[in-house]
Design a protein around this ligand. Structure first.
Ligand SMILES: Cc1ncc(COP(=O)(O)O)c(C=O)c1O
Length: 397
């Protein structure tokens, strides 16, 4: 059967394919240390689960408003007022099936063929493919580890052209964990002020930040950007609710309305009872989030120290999210059986075959030198995996 040209523009999300591989190996009884998870290993807090159960028992099992139930859109409005002093109305909020779906709808609603989208690389895998699906042209800007994987104002300025339709910001970032400080964001804002493009700020790791790093909302730093900025958020990572599929786009009513129309002709509303649960997530006590972040921070400290101590690896110390993105370049040229390691994918394959550790190669995030490890797994598992990687590196010729 003939497939559309559109379907051939993109590739399946590599992280999902690897998760399936891990499951298959485990089913065969292989003792695998799996560092591919893009989701917290914690359970959804009980109060949130209980809210969904009550909603179910009350019969909240029908279609809802396509844009999301009013209490949820109101909870999002209240969150942005409380946390960032921003005033949005519920017509400026769209509830979708996860942050990913919210981004997809907005890109579909705003991009025309040939529109350029500036994306700092390494980047979250879906930005470029979703841009392509919407007919846009991803313009990847390679950041360096020396700059903490942050796009510089000079790089941003050079990337913006009359064809630039939008800039995608992701802080803290997947896959690098990099967060932009207030001053770093202000420097980017100065460039964006002089160029009329949209700004998409994917803030889904805003709460998962460490030490004295503070997340800054770009609109609260520069309210003048409000009319051309769309904020993205989600309950997935903050509340360990990845499977519930609830995310948000927040921005000017015209864009939100157009994205909602696209949603109305594709999926309709996000799941009714998951929306009820998300209201509780946003409005209820936030203690579980604090406890989860404390645990992530201990794991980050552990895994960064271990990786840095391994001969041949360097590792940037992330400000947030739950990933590390070590540089494996110095393993290139080393030999295993007849094979010479030459790419991150080769290193990932080597670690899988020899160490029984599964990581994600950097290629799909736009890196030719790094691999991604998620530390959303127990300290014991991290220790086991690091021991194995260390031993495997020693075996290389
Ligand atoms: C940077 C980033 N944005 C968005 C998402 C989408 O998350 P969800 O659709 O579960 O809200 C992810 C998930 O991995 C992510 O890492």
């Amino acid at each position: 059967m003939k497939l559309s040209a559109r379907s051939k523009l993109i590739k399946p999300a590599v992280t999902l394919a690897l998760a399936a591989k891990a499951q298959a190996l485990r089913a065969q009884g292989v003792d695998l240390a799996n560092f591919t998870a893009g989701e917290p290993d914690f359970d959804t807090p009980q109060r949130i689960k209980d809210t969904a159960i009550v909603a179910l028992k009350k019969g909240m099992t029908k279609y809802t408003d396509v844009r999301g139930i009013e209490p949820l859109r109101e909870a999002v409005v209240a969150k942005y007022a409380r946390e960032y002093g921003l005033s949005y109305t519920k017509d400026e909020v769209l509830v979708s099936c996860g942050g990913k779906h919210a981004l997809y709808n907005v890109l579909q609603a705003t991009l025309d063929p040939g529109d350029e989208v500036v994306i700092p690389a390494p980047y979250w895998v879906s930005y470029s493919d979703m841009t392509l699906l919407a007919g846009g042209a991803p313009k990847l800007v390679q950041t360096t580890e020396e700059n903490g994987f942050r796009i510089t104002p000079e790089q941003l300025k050079a990337a913006l052209t009359p064809k630039t339709r939008m800039f995608i910001l992701n802080s803290p970032s997947n896959p690098t964990g990099t967060g932009y400080s207030r001053d770093e964001l202000m420097a980017l804002i100065r460039v964006l002020e002089r160029h009329d493009c949209m700004i998409l700020s994917d803030d889904i790791y805003e709460k998962i930040v460490y030490e004295d790093f503070r997340f800054h909302n770009i609109v609260s730093l520069q309210p003048g950007l409000r009319e051309r900025t769309i904020l993205f958020n989600s309950v997935s990572k903050t509340y360990a609710m990845t499977g519930w599929r609830i995310g948000f786009a927040i921005g000017p009513a015209a864009v939100i309305k157009a994205a909602g129309t696209i949603q109305s002709q594709s999926t309709s509303n996000a799941t009714s009872i998951a929306q009820a649960a998300a209201v509780e997530a946003l409005n209820g006590p936030q203690d579980e989030v604090t406890a989860m972040v404390r645990e992530f921070e201990a794991r980050r400290d552990f895994v960064v120290a271990r990786l840095k101590a391994m001969p041949g690896l360097s590792c940037y110390n992330p400000q947030g999210a739950f990933y590390v993105f070590p540089n494996v370049r110095s393993l290139f040229g080393r030999k295993w059986k007849e094979k010479t390691l030459a790419t991150p994918a080769d290193v990932v394959e080597y670690f899988l075959e020899v160490a029984r550790v599964l990581c994600v190669p950097g290629e799909d995030f736009g890196s030719t030198e790094n691999i991604r490890l998620s530390y959303a797994t127990s300290l014991a598992e991290l220790e086991k995996g690091c021991d194995r990687i260390e031993a495997a590196i020693k075996k290389l010729a």
